[in-house]
Design a protein around this ligand. Sequence first.
Ligand code: 5AD
Ligand code: SF4
Length: 457
Amino acid sequence: MCYAIPAQLVEIRKRMGIVDYFGERRTILLDDTPVKVGDYVYAQGGVLVRTLPPEEACSILATWKELFFQLKKTDEILSSLKTKELPGNVLGVLQRINLRKTLSPSELKALFSLKTPQELAVLYEVANHVRQREHGNASCVHGILEFSNYCRQNCHYCGIRRDHAIPRYRLSPEEIIAIARQAVEEWNFKAIVLQSGEDCYYDEERLVHIVREVRRCGVLVFVSLGSREKSVYERLYEAGARAALIRFETANEKLFAQLRPGDSLERRVELIEEVKKMGYVLATGFILGLPGETVDDVVNAILLTKRLDPDMYSFGPLIPSDGTPLADASRTNIDEVYKTIAITRLAAATSNILITTAMETLDEGSSRQGLLAGGNSMMVNLTPQRFKKLYAIYDGRSGVEENIADSIQRLTTMLCSLGRSPADIGTHSRVTGQSPSSSCSSDDNEGDWQGNEGATL
Ligand code: 5AD
Ligand code: SF4
């Protein structure tokens, strides 16, 4: 199994390169990897991860080729617009989306008022269509390793907050590196998220060592460490980390101050902006359904995410967690989560939108509908079985009993059934006007999908 399709480098422009896979072209950051035109590479999140020998690339491309075009066709069928009659109040907004106009806050708010099954079906259908128009059938699948559940923060919503008396664990740097190596060599992951609570046991030196060694495995290193000092992020970038996941949690300043004692939204956003400026591929977002949240807050959260210009949107529903101040909060309705995914897709057409474990925990099986409402990214949990349960940011986390092989099997079966291919080659920077050129693939399939470029609503 493979979570990225090898691509061939067809052009180099300073630190950027253009790659081609089955005729699809994308711009990627070459970073400091020495490469020349004609090389085969793996890229993730728009960053070159590593090169691979031509024979190996051609053999992988040969096994992928037939499936790739089959998947593309399935996705095109599933994402074509079938609705003939659109409700009057959505029509104007959808026409603006078709013209690639920016939607105003009040237009986004109006979309949140859609309620009937018929209206929601149209909303999801259009969002899925826009996802397909911008990304083709590419979806990213990253691995995530939760290496410590210690945290110095006391967020009211979180089950691993400092004051919650739960069993704690830490993986040693060598364990982390060994798991990452296995994920790359045995499971073929091309991007690994290293996540923990804000745990200062992992000081700069330890983190630098971990990042450097994991990067040496030939994988995109994605860090998710919370509000660590700016210098930590700087040193980790130097050590080879290229992506960071930091949510701002809520765009409502008062709620933020209430729920994350001792911190402010302003400071959190400043950190996210700094991290982005350092050159990290950014994933950010919020929790949906915090007590006291209004529709305006959700619209503002989408707009704040957009302003931060992330490569990936990461938001999920609040799952009230026992033993936390929000234990008795009400659960979000799953339709509100689908709606938020769909409206985000319409607000930020080219974004990658993550389908979160929290959503699957809220409603088992919902990932599939999330992908059909505009989502296009997934994660597989690589945390060792005995620790997964202990990373209890909320209760009853989906998938904690499942082993990696079964998670991969379930996820890839679902992605395949939707016609998605795990081809995250910098999907936000699609190059238009491409022509197939992979030297080890024949071009007899090109017409099958190219006509779909520029499909309209
Ligand atoms: N429900 C949903 N998401 C949560 N997070 C923390 N606690 C919860 C909860 N109870 C999210 C936060 C954090 C991420 C690691 O987990 O958004 O950034
Ligand atoms: Fe710590 Fe993150 Fe949980 Fe807050 S949300 S308590 S920072 S792990």
